[in-house]
Design a binder for this molecule. Structure first.
Ligand SMILES: Cc1cc2nc3c(=O)[nH]c(=O)nc-3n(C[C@H](O)[C@H](O)[C@H](O)COP(=O)(O)OP(=O)(O)OC[C@H]3O[C@@H](n4cnc5c(N)ncnc54)[C@H](O)[C@@H]3O)c2cc1C
Length: 489
């Protein structure tokens, strides 16, 4: 049978793709099945992009162990995959004596988890790191970092693909059954078979369990809304600044977060939702974020808010309970061959390389894993963007390829070559957002007002696409319905 695999992974988020890349090191047939038209369309592109140090998690839990290990693996991984990241450090700031006590608890917890170089700083010391920061004391965690979450997810997928993993995008898994030693998987009308089945379906992980008769889990989607600030404010934050923790809160509190691209994020909020696809940004939360933003960054102007977005946490704790449950990562004894991941909320992004190793060890108990000599773990290209290169290197590249000399996206300074590379990426591109996430075109101040028509022109003229086939992000998001008038001859 054509669609027969040793391992099928459901879900192409950062965790599913990290597992796919890890397993692509071995001589087995691996496939990833994803309901959306591209990888990284769920929680993995809708978060703060912070590489957490590990201070926030209870010692002995999977979240603590996998976060600290994942954080330490990230530098080499990003170097290999050409993904930009930066360990810039974080200040967790206390405003009163009660909060200072929680800083000492965090420090002790972090040390028990193996987090390096933690220090409690007084006001002078913390302001040497971040001028003007308000608060009476802070916990400094230098191993906290930032990363572009969708660049990592895409890079993991592309590298897994380059090493033989198959991707079925736009295929929603609707039925599962155990057949003898393996599994029958139905996705968008197609049938697949595998010996091992990995559930990495994020917000839908409990639904995947239910398809196999496992009713042990429930996911409560909890939305975090953000505002993105203009790059004018790049450099205002030397480190990440978080508030000291408050008991019973579902997240880490609204904070300012640098991004590797130079924008600052304000958020996220915490609001439980019924619908796991409800990515709304509400007027109420936007007003709250604006207010917090003005308090945290006095120089902030209304024109600095360039757009909003939201992500949904796959929480296992109900609205009444709040707080956090540990990750569930298990090889089920009652359904042999089913490796099940549930409740991978924060710090799932940071932990993803460590989760992949843990899952690989579980798979090794179910299948023989023989290392492939042909595995190539590095990705070509550059970490970051053309405009960030030194002038000499830019001139060199332009002389090799004039498409580097043509800027398509003025706000983000993205060249035609970068857009062409995004369109011809190994996994293919079915949506405008696929081009946006890969090239950064359309992510600046004008949000595509200038460059979207030029990108559509490139798709039409250089790739022969019909504009009516262009989708923004999903099957039902057509950008064009037809021509308003015929071309003038
Ligand atoms: C607001 C917010 C802030 C966060 N901040 C951070 C942070 O700073 N640092 C950090 O480490 N972590 C953070 N996280 C957590 C992190 O984003 C997640 O842990 C991580 O992205 C989870 O990845 P995943 O692959 O498990 O899930 P997802 O990215 O959701 O991937 C699951 C995939 O499964 C697919 N799928 C679902 N059902 C089916 C089906 N039936 N058939 C086929 N495909 C299916 C979905 O379409 C999706 O693409 C944050 C999360 C949120 C929401």
């Amino acid at each position: 049978m054509e669609n027969q695999y040793d391992v099928i992974i459901i879900g192409a988020g950062v965790v599913g793709n990290a597992i796919a890349r890890e397993l692509s090191k071995y001589s087995i047939r691996v496939a990833v099945i994803e309901k959306e038209l591209d990888v990284s369309m769920g929680t993995s592109s809708r978060n703060s992009g912070v590489l957490h140090s590990g201070i926030h998690y209870k010692p002995g839990t999977l979240r603590a162990r996998l976060d600290v290990l994942g954080n330490s693996l990230m530098a080499d991984l990003c170097n290999d995959l050409k993904v930009k990241m930066n360990y810039l450090g974080k200040l967790t700031v206390a405003q009163d004596e009660e909060e200072v006590k929680s800083l000492y608890i965090l420090k002790e917890q972090g040390q028990a988890n193996g987090v390096p170089d933690l220090a409690i700083l007084d006001t002078d010391a913390m302001r040497k790191i971040q001028p003007n920061v308000g608060g009476i004391k802070a916990l400094h965690s230098p191993s906290t970092g930032i990363i572009c979450p969708y660049s990592l997810t895409i890079a993991l997928a592309e590298n897994a693909y380059a090493n033989g993993c198959h991707f079925y995008l736009g295929h929603r898994v609707t039925a599962l059954s155990k057949q003898g030693d393996g599994f029958d998987v139905t996705a968008s009308g197609k049938r697949f078979q595998s010996r091992v089945l990995i559930n990495s379906a994020g917000l839908y992980s409990a639904d995947i369990c239910a398809m196999l008769g496992i009713n042990d889990y429930k996911i409560y989607p909890c939305r975090g809304e953000y505002l993105i600030l203009d790059k004018r404010l790049d450099g205002s934050l030397k480190v990440l600044v978080y508030p000291a923790p408050h008991k019973g809160k579902a997240g880490l509190g609204i904070h300012l977060t640098n991004t590797v691209s130079g924008n600052i994020l304000i958020g996220p909020s915490n609001e439980y939702q019924d619908d796991p696809e409800d990515y709304a940004c509400t007027a109420r939360i936007m007003a709250l974020l604006r207010k917090e933003g003005h308090e945290l960054l006095p120089d902030l102007k209304t024109a600095d808010f360039i757009r909003s977005f939201s992500g949904l946490r796959a929480k296992q704790t109900s609205p009444g309970k709040g707080g956090f449950e540990d990750f569930v990562i298990e090889s089920r004894e009652d359904v042999t061959g089913f490796v099940n991941l549930v409740g991978i909320e924060s710090p799932g992004l940071t932990s993803s390389p460590a989760i992949a190793l843990m899952v690989k060890d579980m798979v090794a108990k179910l299948l023989t894993l023989k290392r492939k000599e042909t595995f190539e773990g590095t990705r070509s290209g550059m970490a970051g963007y053309f405009h960030q290169l030194p002038d000499e290197q830019k001139a060199d590249l332009v002389s090799q390829n004039p498409d580097y000399g043509e800027v398509v996206c003025r706000c983000e300074q993205i060249t035609k070559k970068e857009v062409l590379d995004a369109i011809s990426n190994p996994l293919g591109v079915q949506t405008i957002n696929g081009i946006k996430y890969r090239s950064r075109a359309m992510m600046g101040r004008c949000q595509g007002g200038f460059c979207l028509p030029r990108i559509v022109q490139i798709l039409e003229k250089e790739f022969g696409y019909n504009p009516e086939d262009f989708l923004l992000k999903s099957k039902d998001s057509q950008l064009f319905l037809g021509k308003m008038r015929q071309d003038v001859v």
